[in-house]
Design a protein around this ligand. Structure first.
Ligand SMILES: Nc1nc2c(ncn2[C@@H]2O[C@H](COP(=O)(O)OP(=O)(O)OP(=O)(O)O)[C@@H](O)[C@H]2O)c(=O)[nH]1
Ligand SMILES: [Mg+2]
Length: 322
């Protein structure tokens, strides 16, 4: 690791010149939008009527892209806190620049969190309480309860945030299901208490992707963060885009992690190496003119999945994709 850091600092990383553009090959993002999300969006609009504040959870690795414009429409009419979660996986050096960019976009209540280790999660309740106290309380002027709607695209950690808040403020166990794939929360759930003083309830919602994902690159970043099912996008192209991004950002931890001699710009040699070193092979029966032969083939899809898994677990370094 130190060797690569030194080479990077000196600007002399061996391995040649890397791609400056990624060739998306005419992919169509429209097909990556699952139909059931329209229902989630409708339910969310109903729940919005009863909300005093919105807590939007997004992945800190893609702070600038992939937020749902349909959700953002709603933000104008309610106080809004943006939780940039999974800070443990994102490049911490980028935080000040991200906060500045957010402020310019009119988003000034932002908190970076790690909901698995409860880092910074304690900042959320006071921030929300202050916003609600400072703003008009619409239809609920007489009530002392705070009703908060938790929104965001899939797999960003909305349910994890609710569970983390309950752990911290109420010393209570898990109240809402969490999982490593998009679509774990299926419907707008009932209110879940997360704090006693002030009395605060959060409503968990299913992740909703924008119906038009915009450009393919945004879709690809969302997919790398697990917001879109891998099979809809294709593990092979996702792995290739990840390699392209790591090289572009000079994040060469993968070289050491997989024991490669040097960085590579092409996905095939990397996957070959991953397949060999991690034993991702499969036996294939080949029928020849003289009989059957068993051959060992490298399992490239499994190797691509392994590469994505290592990235998502932070084993390839802390990377901000934007
Ligand atoms: N590394 C890391 N992982 C996290 C963090 N927060 C949540 N996760 C993981 O991210 C995955 C998604 O978490 P969920 O809480 O289910 O996400 P969600 O936004 O509710 O997802 P949907 O209900 O599918 O929309 C799970 O595997 C969590 O364990 C975090 O701060 N850091
Ligand atoms: Mg959920």
């Amino acid at each position: 690791m130190r060797v690569w850091a030194a080479l990077r600092a000196a600007g002399t990383v061996p391995g040649g010149v890397f791609r400056e553009r990624f060739e998306f090959g005419g992919r169509d993002v429209a097909s990556w939008f699952p139909r059931h999300m329209a229902k989630g969006l409708r339910q969310m609009r109903l729940a919005l009527r009863r909300a005093d504040c919105l807590v939007e959870v997004h992945d800190a690795r893609i702070p600038l892209s992939g937020r749902n414009p349909a959700l953002q429409e709603a933000l104008g009419i309610r106080p809004h806190v943006l939780v940039l979660n999974k800070m443990d996986l994102a490049d911490a050096r980028r935080q000040p620049a991200v906060l500045e960019q957010m402020r310019k976009q009119g988003c000034s209540h932002v908190v970076f969190t790690d909901c698995q280790r409860d880092v910074n999660v304690k900042k959320v309740v006071p921030m929300v309480a202050r916003l609600v106290a400072d703003g008009p309380r619409y239809h609920r002027a007489e009530s002392s309860e705070h009703n908060i709607l938790v929104i965001g695209v899939p797999n960003m950690g909305k349910s994890s945030l609710i569970n983390s808040l309950r752990r911290l403020h109420l010393k209570k166990g898990r109240a809402t299901a969490v999982g490593g794939e998009p679509g774990i929360t299926k419907a707008v759930l009932s209110r879940i208490q997360v704090c006693e003083k002030p009395l605060m309830y959060l409503v968990d919602t299913p992740g909703v992707l924008p119906p038009r994902l915009g450009d393919v690159e945004t879709g690809m970043k969302l997919a790398l963060c697990g917001a879109i099912h891998d099979h809809l996008v294709g593990e092979d192209v996702m792995a290739d885009y990840l390699l392209y991004t790591l090289n572009k950002q000079q994040q060469f931890r993968y070289v050491q992690h997989y024991g490669l001699g040097q960085p590579c710009d092409h996905i095939e040699p990397l996957l070959k190496h991953v397949a060999l070193s991690q034993g991702r092979t499969q036996k294939v029966k080949v029928l020849t003119g003289t009989g059957n032969v068993n051959m060992m083939m490298l399992n490239y899809p499994a190797a691509a999945y392994e590469f994505l898994r290592d990235f998502r677990a932070g084993r390839l370094g802390r990377v901000t994709l934007d």
